[in-house]
Each structure stands twice: as C-alpha cells, then as structure tokens.
Design a protein around this ligand. Structure first.
Ligand code: GDP
Ligand code: IMO
Ligand code: MG
Length: 425
C-alpha cells in the first residue's frame, strides 16, 4: 500500500491545514507543497510562537524533514527569501532540508500589478484576490510565456526572454489600465540577484522525489487553499487558479498518480471564505461577527475579515467526492461553544427543487436556500478535551451528525490552535 498522504482543504481555505500538517509531519520524511503560492497562509502555533507559512511547507518546523516546493507552485522569489530569513531568525534550521523545483513558475512584479489592477475592472468579475499575482502567473504558464525557475537561473536566457515578455505586459499595463510601465532593468537586475540566493535550493525535484520514494521515504503532500477554490471543481470563477484538491497532487508535485496515497480532508466545524463569491450558509450581521471574533477569522495572508457561516455539508460532500477523502480532521470545534443551536446545511432549495449535489453553474448558488438540520449547542469550553468522551454530549452529537451529513469519518478533532489541543477519534 502507498505510504504517502495528501492533506487537502475541504472548504474555501483556512480550514486549519497548517496545524494538522504540523501534527502529522512526525510520521513522514518529506513534505511537499504542490500548488498555490504566497496566497496561502498556514498557521502553526508552537508554544508561545506563531508561524504563518506562505511558500515554505509547514513541515519545516520539524527537524530532519525534507521540505519541497513542487513544480506546481507559483514561486515568488523575494517572498521566499524573506520567509526563509524570518524562519531562521526564529531559530528554524534551513539548509539542505528545503528544495525548490526547477520547474516551478516564477511570480514577477507584473503579475502582482496585473492581479491588483485586473480584479473587478474592465468588466472582469471582482474575485477579491490576495493580490499576490497568482492568477496572472498561472495564466502565463498556460499561455507559454511564463518562466520556470530553471530559466531564471539561466542568466542570459532570462534577460533575453524577459525583454519580449515584459514588452507585452507593459503594453497591457499602459493601454488597458493606463498605468506606468515597469522597468526592465529593475526586474532583470533584482531577479538576477534573487536567482543567486535561491540557486543552492533549486533541484530537479521530480528525480529527487522519485529517489526518495524508491528508498522507502513517506511523503506528505500539503494542499493550499481548499477544494471549493479549485479551478476545476470550485465555485468558478470565484476560485484560485490552481488545482487545490487532491487531483492536483500528481501534476503539481511531479509524482505518479499512484503516489498520492491516503487523502485526509481538513474541514472546519463551520464555514469561512475570504473574498467574493457565493456562500449559501453565510451568517451576516451580529451572528457572523460573533463567529469571526471567536474564531479569530481574519486572513493569515491579507488580514481581511473572513466571511463566516454554518457548515455546508453539500459543499463538503462535493469536496469529499473529488478528493476521495478517506477521513477528515475536524477543526475549530471549540469556536462553536456558547451557540444555543448549531446548524448543518444538508441540501439546498432552488426554484421549488431540492438540490443535494453542488451545481457547476456557480450563479445558481446565489439563489439557493440552505436546508438546515438543527442541533443543540453547548456552553462548556472544550479546549481541554483530549478524548471524545471529554466532549459535552451535544458537541459529540454534533460531530456524529457531521459524519452522517458529509458521509465521512472524523479521525481528528481539533479544539484549539496549540499543537496538543487535539482529540484522536
Ligand atoms: P490554513 O490556511 O488551512 O492552514 O488555516 P489558517 O492558518 O489560515 O487559519 C486557521 C486559523 O485557526 C489559524 O489561526 C490557526 O492557528 C487556528 N486554528 C487551527 N485549528 C484550530 C482549532 O481547532 N481551534 C481554534 N480555536 N483555532 C484553530
Ligand atoms: P490557504 O492555503 C483562503 C482566495 C482569495 C480569493 C480567491 C482568489 O491559507 O487556505 P488568489 O489570490 O488566489 O487569486 O485569490 O482565493 N484564497 C484563499 N482563501 N485561504 C487561502 O489559502 C486562499 N488563497 C486564496 O481570498 O477569494
Ligand atoms: Mg490560511
């Protein structure tokens, strides 16, 4: 049996993947990010310290683990360097335990400018992106005018290619958005400098991972974003531009499909989303604000308030189907303490019909009414619970109801942001 595991978000991101990946890392030898970029913000709390990882795999906080930024990642050199320096300042050792794929695509300043200028302008829908250049970087990859990290390291080729690529980007920046063009010299010089800093970390990670698997290493694939932000299966166009679900693991890590291994889905005990797009179970007003405050629901990357709502089991079932999730880790159950009742959306009502499957046309979601099953809440603080039987009976019943509604077993329950605030079911 394949010894690997893929950890993926089952909602719209920020499910607590960072915490669970950190928890699981002990059992693995290699941790690989396979998609997304610095739009991700994965929080790991270790004692007094809080780490927020954007590009570096969350496994880095453990010694003697090999961490790999895969070919499917939108790689931002200055942010990567900054993140590495920040981790080192906190005493995290980074030497040959961190590798970056020579096939990852590079994020350039024009990607960020176009991301920020293009969001909601000129008839384009407003997505509320993180502004980190992710969509434009992946667009260029598909349009065959992107740069692999290997090309950035090839000085002469890089400078030549940048000329015509930047010319086209500047044309768009000037004519479509009437903004000043970016300087060729500045980008060419700064990125040539970054190339030298990252050179020792760059590797043929396809061969590296193949060799690791042949020697029997266990690999943990770290998903960023969530399945409902997946470009193929999420709430298009209100998505991020990569395959965040487990379907993206093989192509984004550069491993054969059989290497994906067990899929562990991460889901919050309620739902959040940052940015625009439909959210059938959203709680607006005071109730939403209460969850936001209790859950500390502010973006780890942008600081934006996250929209909050009840658990949407229709959406999670869709994510479970795509991912082939074996089990789930349920996070932030503690945040629901103090709710009189808790709701689970088990279906949608739309034009007199009941929908139990997630629609492909996202516009439909703007008009659906959630069908809720309501359960009694609990008042107790549950952060100290370490066994299922420590939970108040109402909290336990809620977990069992979630298992029924999403048709998956809960393997881990997280009851706080700290490493040990966990129940293994
Ligand atoms: P990720 O992007 O999926 O890694 O999630 P984020 O780090 O963006 O957001 C999750 C937030 O919830 C972080 O601040 C975590 O420290 C915190 N967190 C994770 N698990 C729990 C939990 O079980 N309870 C509480 N209260 N906070 C948690
Ligand atoms: P983690 O890995 C939550 C959202 C943005 C926006 C949409 C597109 O921390 O769970 P993008 O900048 O990717 O083009 O923005 O996707 N988004 C996330 N939401 N968690 C994330 O990552 C996200 N990464 C992107 O808010 O709605
Ligand atoms: Mg996050």
């Amino acid at each position: 049996m394949c010894p690997n595991m893929s950890v993926v978000g089952m909602q719209w991101g920020d499910e607590g993947k960072g915490k669970i990946i950190d928890l699981c890392t002990e059992e693995f030898d290699v941790i690989v990010r396979y998609q997304g970029g610095s739009n991700a913000g994965h929080t790991v709390v270790v004692g007094e310290k809080k780490f927020v990882l954007h590009l570096v795999p969350s496994g880095i906080l453990h010694e003697r683990k090999l961490c790999v930024v895969g070919n499917g990642v939108a790689f931002d050199p200055p942010l990567f360097i900054e993140e590495m320096e920040g981790l080192r300042r906190e005493g995290v050792e980074i030497k040959d335990n961190l590798k970056v794929s020579d096939r990852a695509h590079v994020v350039f300043p024009y990607h960020k400018v176009l991301d920020q200028l293009g969001d909601g302008r000129g008839g384009d829908p407003k997505i509320g992106t993180t502004g980190r250049g992710i969509g434009p970087c992946y667009t260029d990859k598909m349009a065959r005018c992107g740069f692999r990290v290997a090309e950035l390291l090839d000085g002469e080729h890089f400078r030549e290619k940048l000329k015509w690529v930047l010319e086209a980007k500047n044309l768009e920046i000037r004519t479509r958005y009437e903004q000043d063009p970016l300087s060729y010299d500045e980008i060419a010089d700064t990125f040539s400098g970054y190339a030298e800093t990252i050179r020792p970390f760059v590797a043929d990670t396809v061969t590296l991972l193949d060799q690791e698997m042949k020697r029997g290493a266990r690999i943990l694939f770290e998903g960023a974003q969530g399945s409902l932000l997946d470009v193929d299966f999420g709430t298009y166009p209100f998505i991020s531009s990569s395959n965040a679900s487990a379907c993206g693991v093989s192509v984004g890590a550069g491993v054969p499909p059989r290497a994906v291994g067990k899929v562990l889905g991460i889901m919050k005990a309620y739902t959040t989303r940052v940015g625009e797009g439909p959210f059938p179970t959203e709680l607006t007003g005071d109730h939403g604000e209460e969850l936001r405050q209790k859950g500390g629901e502010f973006g780890a990357t942008t600081g934006r308030p996250r929209r909050c709502g009840w658990l949407d089991a229709v959406a999670v079932r869709h994510a479970a189907t795509i991912n082939g999730a074996a089990n789930v880790a349920l996070t932030k159950l503690d945040v629901l303490s103090g709710q009189k009742n808790v709701n689970i959306c088990t279906a949608y009502r739309c034009n007199g019909e009941t929908l139990t499957h997630f629609p492909a046309n996202t516009a439909v979601l703007d008009h659906v009414e959630p069908v809720y099953e309501t359960f009694s809440g609990w008042d107790e603080d549950i952060c100290g619970a370490r066994k299922f039987s420590d939970l108040p009976s109402e909290a336990g019943a809620y977990v069992r109801a979630i298992e029924d509604a999403v048709e998956l077993d809960v393997e881990i329950i997280s009851v706080g942001s700290e490493r040990d605030e966990i129940i293994r079911v």
